[in-house]
Design a protein around this ligand. Structure first.
Ligand code: ADP
Ligand code: MG
Length: 689
């Protein structure tokens, strides 16, 4: 008998029927081991217990039925296409199955074979036709295989029946192998949360007897996945608490009080609340690990400025890291305006400094001659050393990896950490992605902000849209034009920006000073353009998404987005946030000729909703969590079965259980190895430094 752990990690060739050829096909699905095959969960199920008769099939629906082959033939269309036609029948009638240019099909099926056929039904006159159906041989189903059949994510070269057969073999081996420890969860968790055991759940998720046990099996596996994830996050968080003591900042003194008293505006309720939370963290010995989520323009920078002043007041240095040079510079100016008048010494560190200037700044940072450093990735280079770093702020966290955040933290001894993001994510998502951080939310916008009037327009209205922009320029405002997104290539994107720039500056905007900004330009050029736009000389700025993050020009009131269909909601919202930052009424126009329903819906949502948090929730529903997990470089494991929209309840339950688990050594022992395997780099990186 084989030991279960060995089976789990055994190469997939261990299964009968898998040689090099099949192994290669399975590899395309990310399946290399028996365990990975068992975790290759069905995408959906077909309930064979209620197969229809051919006579009952509905036009346009995806249906499944059982029928016998009565004829196999091939003919040539007048355009030279080869068409395989298989005629099948059951007691109620006949149907045609067709394939184009796939002659080999005709050798696969013979008269008299009984098939299980699934596909989209086309009913015309008296004939029923199904093009390119999914077919299985009725004989491939064991009598005991149940009536609910798993359908797996698959590629063309590996048929469903084969995946099913291999999975069945794996499940059987799994159930009969010697199992000193199959269960991954602590026994009390299993009984306390009424969970199916692991062995049974894995068998059932592939070959359920009925829908009820399937639901139980799924719940068990979803719980396990979310529970382990939350254990990891809770552990990281708790470990942080017990780590050697962090910095205990004193309650606010004169400096912080004076800066707060001389702000040009009064803080919003949410800003105040967030600051209270930050200050409480900083005054505690546990190192702060806090995420501030706030929509574009909600006023996160001021909050960060006060936190930085607090660390300086306590004799420490502060660092703030931004993802782009443009943004770092902008933060530098904002912070300098707020802090420098009070004697705080600031510097900026980016990739474009001369060697000499850089060396000088580095020396000052090391000797403590500088209190607050703002910078890009340049901040995390090896030769950057602080005298005593007390607070690390990273802005726009989704652009940085966990690793980069950790590298900056490592430049101090347990500094407090503040992460700011302008990509609001729904609460469930935040618990999954940022579960190791405490979260503050700035939802309220500063008073007097008017919603940005947003329109979606086809290109036939383009000249009207630009005429409107010209009107705004005439009345003293400025305009952004964003060029279509080209994800694969910055070069192609830049070329398209140049083209649009040439077009617009010689037509609609020929009487005005236009600027061009794209990722392929050199830093000094970019800076010159940004400065000219900020200063009001450039009236129309034609740009790629380099302006997406954080740029602040309050006099700009129009944002025109070309090819708006290429962008997701979150990104459109970020772009729109570049306007509406001053006292003037602002506008955003989304240009798109897309006829795709989902795209039209996405753009319509933009025209109706201004609140980034609500948009984020819509985005989650429209596009699924993948896009967050795809773009958010959070260093978290992938979820294989849980769906954080659908499984919110289980998530919350698993989270509570996890919080208890990390305080219970015997539970923690039980899940420890899995956590290590799962979190890998993140665990070791954060704690073994
Ligand atoms: P974020 O970084 O969250 O996008 P900023 O910190 O750049 O937002 O703030 C956007 C603008 O709002 C800035 O011009 C800032 O001076 C201003 N602002 C911030 N807080 C307030 C407030 N409480 N009242 C009025 N204006 C504010
Ligand atoms: Mg910002």
């Amino acid at each position: 008998m084989i030991i279960i752990q060995k089976l789990w990690s055994a190469k997939i060739q261990f299964l009968k029927g898998v040689g090099p050829a099949n192994a290669a096909k399975l590899a395309k699905l990310g399946v290399f081991t028996v365990g990975q095959l068992l975790e290759h969960y069905p995408r959906r199920y077909e309930d064979r217990s209620n197969h229809k008769l051919i006579a009952e099939l509905t036009d346009g629906l995806y249906e499944t039925f059982r029928a016998v082959v009565i004829n196999v033939g091939e003919l040539k269309s007048h355009r030279g296409l080869k068409i395989v036609k298989i005629t099948v029948r059951d007691q109620s009638g006949m149907a045609q199955l067709t394939w184009f240019n796939q002659s080999y099909i005709k050798n696969k099926y013979k008269t008299g074979m009984e098939l299980i056929i699934s596909g989209k039904v086309q009913r015309r006159m008296h004939a029923i036709e199904i093009n390119k159906p999914d077919i299985e041989l009725a004989a491939d189903f064991n009598a005991d295989s149940g009536q609910i059949i798993p359908v797996y994510p698959a590629t063309d070269d590996i048929p469903q029946w084969q995946l099913r057969a291999l999975t069945r073999q794996a499940v059987e081996l799994f159930q009969t192998s010697a199992a000193p420890e199959v269960e991954s969860l602590p026994p009390d968790i299993i009984s306390g949360h009424n969970l199916m055991n692991r062995q049974q759940a894995l068998a059932t998720i592939h070959f359920p007897k009925n829908m009820e046990t399937l639901a139980k099996a799924r719940r068990r596996l979803v719980f396990e996945e979310l529970y382990l994830l939350q254990c990891g996050l809770a552990y990281l968080k708790q470990k942080n608490k017990f780590k050697s003591r962090g910095i205990k900042h004193a309650p606010d003194g004169q400096l912080v009080t004076k800066i707060e008293d001389t702000l040009p505006f009064s803080l919003t309720g949410d800003q105040n609340q967030t600051l209270r939370e930050i200050k409480a963290d900083m005054e505690d010995t546990t190192p702060m690990q806090r995420l501030v989520q706030g929509d574009v323009g909600s006023g996160k920078t001021v909050v960060a400025a006060i936190a930085l002043a607090k660390t300086v007041e306590n004799g420490y240095q502060g660092a703030m890291m931004a993802p782009t040079e443009i943004l770092a510079e902008q933060h530098y100016h904002t912070l300098a305006k707020l802090l420098a008048p009070h004697g705080i010494r600031l510097a900026i560190l980016t990739g474009k400094l001369t060697r000499k200037a850089r060396d000088q700044i580095l020396r000052h940072i090391k000797e403590g001659g500088i209190d607050v450093v703002v910078g890009t990735h340049a901040l995390i280079q090896d030769d950057v050393e602080f005298k005593h770093l007390g607070l690390v702020v990273t802005d726009e966290q989704h652009r940085f990896g966990v690793r980069q955040r950790a590298l900056l933290e490592a430049k101090g001894e347990q500094p407090d950490v503040l992460v700011m993001t302008a990509t609001p994510i729904p609460r469930t998502m935040a618990l999954t992605v940022y579960g190791d951080l405490d979260i503050s939310i700035i939802r309220e916008l500063p008073p007097g902000r008017q919603p940005i009037a947003t329109y979606s327009r086809g290109s036939e209205r383009r000249s009207k849209v630009y005429a409107f922009a010209v009107d705004q320029i005439k009345s003293g405002r400025q305009v952004y034009i964003v060029c279509p997104l080209v994800e694969e290539s910055e070069k192609v994107e830049a070329q398209s920006a140049v083209k649009i720039y040439e077009e617009l500056s010689s037509t609609f905007f020929k009487n005005y000073h236009c600027g061009l900004l794209h990722g392929k330009m050199k830093s000094p050029e970019k800076d010159a353009v940004m400065a000219a736009f900020s200063g009001g000389e450039i009236k129309a700025l034609i740009a790629t998404t380099v302006i997406e993050v954080g740029v602040n020009v309050p006099n700009a009131t129009v944002m025109i987005i070309e090819g708006a269909d290429r962008f997701g909601l979150a990104q459109l919202h970020q772009l729109r946030g570049r306007v509406g930052r001053g006292e003037h009424k602002s506008y955003c126009v989304l240009l798109s000729d897309s006829t795709n329903e989902e795209t039209i819906e996405r753009l319509r949502v933009m025209t109706e909703i201004n609140d980034g948090f609500i948009l984020a929730e819509k985005d989650l529903i429209l596009r699924g969590p993948g896009q967050f997990f795809g773009t958010v470089q959070h260093g978290m494991p992938d979820l294989k079965i849980a769906d954080i929209i659908r499984d919110t309840d289980v998530l919350l339950e698993a989270r509570r259980a996890a919080q208890q688990t990390v305080c219970t050594p015997e539970y923690l022992n039980r899940v420890w190895q899995t956590l290590l395997n799962w979190f890998g780099e993140k665990f070791t990186m954060v704690f073994c430094r």
